[in-house]
Design a protein around this ligand. Sequence first.
Ligand SMILES: [Zn+2]
Length: 115
Amino acid sequence: MHEGAIIHSLLEIAKETKIKENLKKVTEIKIVVGKFHQVIEEVMITNFKYMKDDYDGFENAILTMTERNVRVKCLDCNHDFSIDEPIFMCPKCNSFNTELTAGKELYIETIEGTD
Ligand SMILES: [Zn+2]
């Protein structure tokens, strides 16, 4: 259940931003999550709904999530590919000498609110 832990830290960051930007209400939090983290959007949103009540001014806030594909580059043949399963093998030359180039993202893109 790491979704709960992720939502907790996102809410903490959003709380800081809310104070810094003098927002009364937070209306929307947009996040970007790489598929490497293997979070389930519905679980994220459910967690968010329950956990936001502990934060002042988040009553009407909604969470929207954009997923990023996991992309891998083969260091042997330079083939660039995206994967759905955590199998880091190059489909072209079967090498495991690969590196992750995208998909580890986990950040808040924007926080909207009213002041
Ligand atoms: Zn390769």
